[in-house]
Design a protein around this ligand. Structure first.
Ligand SMILES: C[S@@+](CC[C@H](N)C(=O)[O-])C[C@H]1O[C@@H](n2cnc3c(N)ncnc32)[C@H](O)[C@@H]1O
Length: 753
């Protein structure tokens, strides 16, 4: 599809989705609906067995209803009173699942109401269903399950010919237990044999079996049904606490563990289990000191227990990190093994301030004078999805009608994970809800974070205690998500949006409050999924601190992405400089540079011509920063090395590149000092490339047997990585290992640094 066709298709879909032309729901044939679903389920199972590639797509950024009225405040409705293309506000639908489920983008099944009338049900965004197996669905929604759907919406089909009850928010689904008061006067028109347990022991047995099979949510549901029969059932609460830990529902885990601990007369064994679970949940919530206390209490019961001692050591390492002291080298090494790092957050000398001129009205400012290279923020993701987390052979594409872009699987999955994290940790709801959600969802506060309870919330998968506004979450996800490319990836990272369909992506809380500037005064990098923000220049107290949402040498490229996030455009000094050259020059430059990026094997002469043509696009009135020229000069230098040309020629090219990137190269007379000014780290390109340029200069001096200068330039390269991340020589040696090896400089580096 061309860009225009894509836009038109998106708008047509929106018009169809939001069309308000209600008509009565048709009476559907039970046998046909069920057999059709069974056929689709078999087909899906066959595809899974045959390992076929499956592609699903859906739309985000549409108006999507969610209910915020408790079930008790709603009146019951049946299909005969429902209309297609209508959300039945103030009503709830009581129904039973009568067919197995099938999962595509959403979970689909067939439901009957109390009159025996049937419709298709489509549940989007339900926890644990991303890429899940048909077997998991059978455990989650077994036939016979009774549910109440709050304020149900009946939709015309987008494909096929059956209407469907569409549920976007998982919190609109309430599981109804057999003894629920709502069922008191209810008789079902049809008889449906079910095999669901009806005793506490029965539910415990089922929960245990699911735990064994690593079916954590079905297990938590089974335990919850048992707890429904006896809220003081200590063992079930302990079991559910463990199931919640596995699900990362730390609020629920903590709440249940504490409930057990407050029960009089429990055995030491139960107490130990509850303390251990409480401690793990506190650890995961970032309360390392409190977690340490609970782990210590475990030792009172079973002294010297090895696993507990290990946990205590971990809590102590995290407490050191929360003061801003990190072992960057080991973090980097860990990130090579897996991106989900165990690390504490850190908040340096920064605060959220009201900034009326920015969308969302807030930004981040320095609380005191900050020096270049100071650590400002370290943040673990609220959720992060890496390429390896995407289910194999399944692609989830979403057409985002807000940004008018296509998002890949990681973008879709991260939105679902945000929803699930709130579902299992309800007190985090406001932390997400108060992030910028675009002009359609005005921010209710000009500060951040909102005050939230430090107490854990009870979590009941049968009747969620929080109402999740999926449309808002989708918008928040779109406006705030970071595209992650680890500092170990050698390709320069494109940041700030999920533009690349395969990119790893994450939502962060405090980092989402930074506004954008192409000429930012701070830099963010990701080590694994952890975001590290450092100052790249002196920042006076009170000054706004900005990040680059996207770093691209082309103004055209940058703005094609930025316009979706900042419609008013970027007003930074770099963009103002670019605009001095005029639109035509900017476009010409973009086209010339595209040649360099996409062309292969240019000769030095051709590169010089390109350099000249680029030079002609810059107005004499503008400043000296010309990143595209720098990139061409850097490529020339690499070419000269390959051609074994004189070292001074290589050095000359790289020096020109540095100046075009905004670095001040100091005169040779200051031989003992850094060869570049270190009052700021200009970053119009990725800092890896800058370090690479400096390594090449060092290499060229080495070829000239000028070890003194080689060492000065290599130290300058360490200054760059140290300012950008930290970790001094150790981190530099790990991060730039390939570059150093390419130029046989490892031994020299070890001696010189
Ligand atoms: C991730 S949020 C940044 C925090 C946001 N200002 C807030 O109050 O929550 C991104 C949004 O901030 C606004 N923003 C960021 N940089 C901006 C800039 N340079 N000029 C104007 N608005 C900006 C845009 O509305 C953008 O979509």
């Amino acid at each position: 599809m061309s860009a225009d066709e894509f836009l038109q298709y998106s708008e047509e879909y929106r018009a169809w989705f939001e069309r308000d032309a209600p008509r009565p729901a048709p009476v559907m044939n039970r046998a046909i609906l069920v057999s059709d679903l069974v056929v689709r389920r078999r087909l899906h199972e066959t595809y899974l067995l045959e390992a076929k590639d499956m592609h699903y797509h859906t739309f985000t950024g549409l108006a999507k209803h969610f209910s915020s009225t408790p079930l008790q405040g709603l009146d019951r409705i049946t299909f005969s009173d429902m209309f297609i293309q209508r959300t039945h506000v103030g009503r709830f639908l009581l129904c039973r699942i009568i067919a197995p489920c099938v999962r595509m983008m959403a979970v689909q099944t067939i439901i009957e109401d109390t009159d025996g009338l049937v419709q298709t049900l489509s549940i989007y965004n339900f926890p644990t269903t991303i890429g899940c197996s048909p077997d998991h669905l059978d455990k989650l929604f077994p036939i016979g399950t009774i549910i109440a759907i709050r304020e149900p919406t009946l939709k015309a089909p987008s494909q096929g010919s059956y209407p469907l009850v569409r549920v976007d928010s998982p919190t609109d689904i309430i599981f109804i237990e057999a003894h629920h008061p709502i069922l008191r006067d209810i008789t079902w028109r049809t008889r449906l044999p079910t095999a669901l347990p009806d005793t506490l022991e029965g539910w415990k047995e089922q929960g245990d079996a699911y735990m064994k099979a690593s079916e954590w949510l079905p297990a938590a549901i089974a335990y919850s049904r048992g707890i429904g029969l006896n809220p003081e059932a200590v063992e079930l609460r302990l079991d559910r606490s463990e199931a919640y830990l596995r699900l990362h529902y730390y609020s629920g885990a903590l709440y249940d563990a504490r409930h057990v601990l407050s029960t009089p007369g429990i055995t030491d064994s139960f107490r130990h289990k509850a303390l251990f679970r409480e401690a793990k949940a506190e650890y995961a919530r970032g309360n390392f000191h409190v977690a340490e206390g609970s782990f210590m209490c475990c030792l009172d019961i079973r002294p010297k227990e090895k696993s507990v001692v290990d946990w205590i050591n971990r809590t102590r390492s995290r407490q050191v990190e929360s003061t801003g002291r990190y072992d960057w080298v080991s973090l980097l090494r860990m990130s090579k093994k897996g991106a989900h790092l165990d690390v504490a957050d850190y908040r340096g000398p920064v605060e959220v301030r009201s900034m009326a001129h920015r969308g969302g009205g807030r930004g981040i400012a320095a609380t005191r004078d900050i020096e270049v290279g100071e650590l400002l923020v370290v943040s673990k993701p609220f959720v992060a999805v890496y390429k390896g987390d995407v289910p194999k052979r399944e692609t989830f594409l979403t057409v985002d009608l807000l940004s008018k872009r296509m998002n890949g699987s990681t973008g879709h999955i991260s939105t679902l994970q945000i929803i699930e994290k709130i579902y299992g940790n309800p007190e985090t709801h406001d932390l997400v809800y108060h992030l910028y959600a675009g002009p359609n969802f005005p921010c209710s506060s000009n500060s951040y974070p909102p005050v939230i309870s430090s107490e854990p919330s009870a979590v009941d998968p049968l009747a969620p205690l929080v109402d999740i506004d999926v449309a808002r979450i989708e918008a928040i996800s779109m406006y705030n998500r970071f595209s992650l490319s680890s500092v170990l990836d050698d390709a320069p990272s494109v940041t700030g949006s999920d533009s690349d369909l395969g990119t790893s992506t994450g939502l962060y809380l405090l980092p989402s409050l930074f506004n954008h500037s192409c000429a930012s005064n701070a830099l963010w990098v990701s080590i694994g999924g952890v975001i590290v923000v450092k100052a790249t220049e002196h920042i006076p107290a009170g000054t706004e601190i900005t990040l680059q949402y996207i770093r691209d040498t082309s103004y055209v490229e940058r703005h094609s992405v930025l316009k979706q996030y900042i419609p008013s455009g970027c007003d930074c000094s770099l963009c103002k400089e670019e605009l001095k050259d005029g639109e035509a020059a900017i476009q010409r430059r973009h086209e010339l540079f595209a040649k360099l990026c996409h062309g292969k094997g240019y000769s030095v002469a051709e590169l010089r011509t390109l350099e000249q043509q680029l030079a002609e696009t810059y107005s004499p009135a503008r400043g000296t920063i010309r990143p595209m020229m720098a990139m061409v000069q850097h490529v020339i230098a690499i070419k000269l090395i390959a051609l074994d040309k004189p070292s001074m020629d290589i050095i000359r090219e790289e020096l020109k590149a540095l100046e075009n990137l905004g670095f001040t190269v100091l005169p040779l007379s200051s031989a003992l000092k850094s060869p570049i000014a270190t009052d700021r780290l200009p970053l119009t390109i990725d800092f890896h490339v800058v370090a690479h340029i400096l390594i090449i200069i060092s290499f060229a001096y080495l070829r000239l047997c000028d070890n003194k200068n080689a060492s000065r330039w290599l130290k300058a390269a360490v200054w760059v990585t140290n300012t950008a991340i930290g970790g001094g020589k150790g981190l530099f040696m790990v991060m730039m290992a390939e570059d150093l090896a390419r130029h046989s400089m490892q031994e020299f580096a070890k001696r010189a640094l």
